[in-house]
Design a protein around this ligand. Structure first.
Ligand SMILES: NC(=O)c1ccc[n+]([C@@H]2O[C@H](COP(=O)([O-])OP(=O)(O)OC[C@H]3O[C@@H](n4cnc5c(N)ncnc54)[C@H](OP(=O)(O)O)[C@@H]3O)[C@@H](O)[C@H]2O)c1
Length: 336
C-alpha cells in the first residue's frame, strides 16, 4: 500500500475489519505486507496491523515509526522493488503537474513486475492509460482504477463492464464533491469567501483550490472515462474546461428557488463522426432530471446508450470510506 492518507489509512483499517469475512466467504486471505508514506515505510511479510497504521496516521505520524516494522526513508518505489507482494494499492497524490509522479513510476514498476494494481490515483491513469494497459497485458498483470472517477460510485465499472455492446451517446457526470458543496453554499446565500472557508473547514478543499475549483479534477475524470469507457485516445487538454469561479450567483439562487441545482458537470457527447466532445462546465440540473436530487456530498453519472437506454447511478459520500473501499472492490474483481 502506497499512501496512507484519507484513503490509505481507511483502507488499512477496512482490510483488518473485512479479512475474516473475505477469507471465509471467498477463500482469499488479504494481508498488507508493506505500506509507504512520504517519510518511509513499514514492512512485515506476515501482515501489518491495519488499525495501528490508521492510528499512527491519524496522529500525523509516519508508518516508518511503527515499532519493529518501520523503515524510515524507504520510498514506495524501493518497497516495490525489494518486497514481494501480489497487488500494489497506489493511494498517493495525483501530482499531475509533476507528471503524475511518484504514482506513475509506482504503477509502472508494479505492472512491469507482474504485480496487479488497484489505484484510486487519477494521475497515472489520465496521463498514461494506454501505456499502462499495454504494459499490464504484456506481463499478465491486471490494472484496476475504479476509484479514479467518482469516489465510491462504480462509474467506471458500469461503463466498462455493464454497457458492453452499447454505443454510448452521452455521459453526464458529476464527479467532484468539493464544487457541489461550494455551489450549494453559494446558492444558500453564502459569499464566495465564506463558502470557500467552509469547504476548507470540512477538509474538502486543499492548497489554492485550483484543482477542484478550476475544473481540473473533473476534466481528468472525463478524460479517464473517455479513454477507458469510450475507447478514444484523448488527454486532459482535449477537455474544454470552465470552473466554478465565475458562476453567476443569480443563476445559482434562481435555480435553487425552482427546485433545481447547479453542478460542475463533465460531459462527453458523441459526434456524428464517432468521436466525442468533452467538456467541463457548471450546469443547471433541472428539477425533472435524474441527477437533481444530488446532495451537497453526492456524485452521480448518467449514461445514454443505444441498447440499454439511460442508466443513472448516484452515491452519497459523506466520508472517504467508499473511495477507500474501491481498492477492495478492485482486488476482489481481480481475484474472484
Ligand atoms: N480523498 C478522496 O475522497 C479521494 C477519492 C477518490 C480518489 N482519491 C485519490 O486517492 C489518492 C489518495 O487520496 P487521499 O485523499 O488519501 O490523499 P492524502 O490524504 O493527501 O494522502 C496521500 C498519501 O500519500 C502519501 N505520499 C505523498 N507523497 C508520497 C511519496 N512520494 N511516496 C509515498 N507516499 C507519499 C502521503 O504521505 P504523508 O501521510 O506522509 O503525507 C499520504 O499518506 C489521491 O490520488 C486522490 O486523488 C481521493
Amino acid at each position: 500500500l502506497i499512501g496512507a492518507g484519507n484513503l490509505g489509512r481507511r483502507f488499512a483499517r477496512l482490510i483488518a475489519e473485512k479479512r475474516a469475512e473475505i477469507r471465509d466467504c471467498h477463500g482469499l486471505d488479504l494481508r498488507i505486507v508493506g505500506v509507504a508514506d512520504s517519510r518511509g515505510a513499514a514492512i512485515d511479510p506476515t501482515g501489518l496491523d491495519g488499525p495501528a497504521i490508521a492510528e499512527i496516521k491519524e496522529r500525523s505520524g509516519s508508518v516508518a515509526e511503527l515499532p519493529g516494522v518501520g523503515r524510515p526513508g524507504m520510498s514506495g518505489l524501493e518497497m516495490i522493488e525489494t518486497q514481494q507482494a501480489d497487488v500494489l494499492c497506489e493511494a498517493g497524490p495525483v501530482n499531475l503537474e509533476q507528471g503524475g509522479e511518484p504514482g506513475l513510476s509506482h504503477v509502472r514498476e508494479a505492472l512491469r513486475r507482474g504485480m496487479h494494481v488497484a489505484t484510486p490515483n487519477k494521475g497515472p491513469i489520465v496521463l498514461a492509460y494506454r501505456e499502462l494497459t499495454k504494459l499490464a497485458r504484456g506481463t499478465g498483470a491486471q490494472l484496476r482504477f475504479d476509484g479514479t472517477v467518482a469516489g465510491g460510485l462504480p462509474a467506471l465499472n458500469i461503463g466498462m463492464r455493464d454497457l458492453r455492446g452499447a454505443t454510448i451517446q452521452r455521459i453526464d457526470d458529476v464527479p467532484n464533491l468539493t464544487t457541489g458543496f461550494v455551489l450549494d453554499r453559494l446558492a444558500a446565500g453564502a459569499t464566495w469567501d465564506s463558502a470557500i472557508a467552509e469547504a476548507r473547514a470540512e477538509g474538502a478543499l486543499e492548497g489554492d483550490g485550483a484543482w477542484d475549483l478550476d475544473g481540473w479534477d473533473a476534466a481528468s475524470k472525463i478524460a479517464i472515462l473517455a479513454q477507458a469507457v469510450l475507447d478514444v485516445d484523448v488527454s486532459i487538454d482535449d477537455v474544454v474546461r470552465e470552473g466554478i469561479r465565475d458562476v453567476d450567483l443569480n443563476r445559482l439562487r434562481g435555480a435553487k428557488s425552482c427546485g433545481a441545482c447547479v453542478r460542475l458537470m463533465a460531459t462527453a457527447v458523441r459526434r456524428s463522426d464517432g468521436g466525442y466532445d468533452l467538456r467541463v462546465a457548471p450546469q443547471e440540473i433541472p428539477s425533472d432530471h435524474s441527477l437533481t436530487h444530488l446532495g451537497s456530498k453526492s456524485m452521480g453519472i448518467v449514461y445514454q446508450t443505444d441498447i440499454y437506454g439511460t442508466i443513472t447511478s448516484m452515491i452519497d459520500e459523506p466520508t472517504p470510506l467508499p473511495s477507500a473501499a474501491t481498492m477492495l472492490r478492485d482486488i476482489l474483481d481481480i481475484y474472484l
